[in-house]
Design a protein around this ligand. Sequence first.
Ligand SMILES: [Zn+2]
Length: 319
Amino acid sequence: MKSYAIGIDLGGTKILTAMVNRQTGEVLASVKKKTKKEKGPDNIIRKMKESIEELFEETSIKKDEISSIGIGAAGQIDRENGILIGAPNLDCYDLNIRDLIQDYFKIPVYLGNDVEIATIGEMKFGAAKGCDDFVCIFVGTGVGSAIVKNGEIIRGATGTAGEIGHIIVDLNGRPCACGAHGCLEAYASRSAIEKRIEGALKKGRYSVILDYLEKGKSISSSMIRKSIERDDELVKACVDEASEYLSGGIASIINFVNPKLIVLGGGLIEAVDYFYKNTIKKARAKSLPVPASKIEFKKAELGDFSGVVGAAFLEDRKL
Ligand SMILES: [Zn+2]
């Protein structure tokens, strides 16, 4: 059996590519490149090829030692045909990533989505290692999740199961990017918190976050953390509100799926412990008593690497 695979995490703003040892989960080398929406699909394919070539050079691992290239993309995908159906953040539509990379390197390529690869990473070598019944929830720009039952990801009839971000938490609520109203993502993501803070600042509210803001740049998770450490009233209120909604969504998952474990990850969870701790406390309080007494919570452990490590296992189709 070949020991190595290449994992690619194609996000909304960057491509992270890594050479992964499939036996140990070790990342031998990694390359990060920025993506720009306006540069379109050709630029993405070119950067992926360059990244892969850089990895071969850096590790001296040969093509015939690689079992596959696994790609997880932030967007709608067609797993069977290896097509990225739609990724608005990248301005990519109907892009046959699999064939373009496979024909070039002559190595089998498998396509999955970003949440799925991060979940596989945590299941293989991270917080969910040894657990075959759990839900992973990632909170960052959006809110994504994947459900694992008997060691397999539940994909549903059209491959979209686990879309916790689009659970409706307010029937007449805020508009969501998906076209519906009141989706959890519009309340509990970093972007949602950012919008709330910006809205309040525009109305003249004061916050210490002004000390960190740069013109034209968005509010990052670390700016939120620093403001909370300084006990900022406005940022705390916005984060508390997001936590209230997220804990409601998580309680619904606990009652509906009844998993053994919930792993929480993503930029906002990693950076803001206050948010993580409050959310799990509230989620337990909002769940039915029996599952609430048994549910275990853990923070994701692989950080930025969960996706690339998981992508190296997309070839094990059943995952
Ligand atoms: Zn939605």
